[in-house]
Ligand binder design. Structure first.
Ligand code: ATR
Length: 262
C-alpha cells in the first residue's frame, strides 16, 4: 500500500507541493499519495492528530501554522530549533518529529545557480519568519557575514540578538533602511512586499552581485531594480523546489536532483 502525505495550511489551494512530490515520486519510482489539507485557523492540532492517527506518514506545514507545528514536536532538528518553525513533520517511535527545510532549500537553489555562498557577505531584507528560517543553513553553507535590514529596525535587532544566542560566533548585524549602503555579494528579499504588491526601493549606493527574491510568480520591484543594475537574479521557485526535495529525502531516504525540476 502506498504511503500518505499532505501539505496543511490556510489557505492551501495555491500550494504546489502535491505536484512537486508526485513528480519526485515518479522520477524516483516511489508510489505515494500527497494531498492538500485545509485546516481551520483554530483547528491545526486536531487536523494533524487526525492525519497521523489515520496512518499518515508525513506532513508539510505552510502558512500560518509553522510556529504551531514547532510547538507540537517532541523531537526537533537543530535547524528547526533555531528557526522556531517547522515545515516538515513525521512520526517515529510514536513521537512527532519536526524539521525546517526552507533554509536548505534556499541554499540548494543558490548553489544550483552557481552563485558562491562560501565566504560571501549577504544582505537580507526583512526580519520575519522567512528570514529567521534561512540564517543557520546559510551560515552552515559557509557564508561569512549576514546583515539584516528591516523597515522596523527594532524587529531586526531582536532577531539578531536572539540568533546570536542560538548560533555561537555568528557574524550578524541589523541595520535600518536609512543606513542601507555598502557592498554585498548577494541580496535576498525575504519581505512579504512582493506578495502584497508593495514596492521596495533600494538606494543607488547599495552595490551587489546577485539578487534573490523569495517570492515567485509575482511582480517584484526588488528584482526590477536588480535587473536595472544588470546583475543575475532569481525568484523563489528554486527555493520552493529545494525545500520540497529536502522534505522528500527525509521521508524517503532518496534525493531527487533539483535541476530536473526547475
Ligand atoms: P514572513 O513570515 O513571511 O517573514 P512576516 O513575519 O509577516 O512574514 O514578516 C514580513 C516581513 O516583510 C517583515 O520584515 C516586514 O517588515 P516589518 O517588520 O517592518 O513589518 C517586511 N515587509 C512587509 N511589507 C513591507 C514593505 N512594504 N516594505 C518593507 N518591508 C516590508
Amino acid at each position: 500500500m502506498s504511503k500518505n502525505f499532505a501539505v496543511i495550511g490556510n489557505p492551501i489551494e495555491q500550494s504546489r507541493s502535491p505536484e512537486l512530490h508526485h513528480a519526485f515520486a515518479k522520477k524516483m519510482g516511489i508510489e505515494l499519495s500527497y494531498t492538500k489539507r485545509l485546516a481551520p485557523l483554530d483547528g491545526f492540532i486536531a487536523n494533524i492528530n487526525d492525519f497521523f492517527s489515520q496512518g499518515g506518514t508525513g506532513l508539510n506545514v505552510t502558512v500560518p501554522f509553522k510556529e504551531q507545528a514547532f510547538q507540537q514536536c517532541t523531537v526537533l532538528t537543530s535547524r528547526a530549533k533555531i528557526a522556531k518553525a517547522v515545515n516538515t513533520l513525521w512520526m517515529e517511535n510514536g513521537q512527532l518529529h519536526g524539521d525546517n527545510t526552507d533554509g536548505q532549500g534556499l541554499v540548494d537553489a543558490i548553489n544550483g545557480l552557481n552563485w558562491k555562498l562560501e565566504n560571501s557577505r549577504i544582505l537580507i531584507i526583512g526580519a520575519g519568519g522567512a528570514t529567521r528560517g534561512v540564517i543557520y543553513p546559510l551560515i552552515q553553507a559557509g557564508v561569512q557575514e549576514i546583515v539584516i535590514v528591516n523597515r522596523t529596525l527594532a524587529r531586526a535587532e531582536q532577531l539578531v540578538d536572539d540568533l546570536k544566542n542560538a548560533i555561537p560566533n555568528i557574524k550578524l548585524r541589523a541595520i535600518s533602511l536609512q543606513d542601507l549602503t555598502g557592498n554585498f555579494d548577494l541580496v535576498i528579499n525575504a519581505t512579504s512586499a512582493s506578495l502584497t504588491g508593495d514596492s521596495l526601493t533600494l538606494p543607488d549606493h547599495l552595490h551587489f552581485k546577485y539578487a534573490y527574491e523569495m517570492a515567485y510568480g509575482k511582480p517584484s520591484t526588488f528584482l526590477d531594480q536588480a535587473k536595472i543594475r544588470d546583475i543575475p537574479t532569481s525568484e523563489g521557485y528554486g527555493m520552493l523546489v529545494g525545500q520540497a526535495i529536502e522534505s522528500f529525502s527525509i521521508w524517503h531516504g532518496v534525493r531527487p536532483n533539483l535541476k530536473d525540476f526547475i
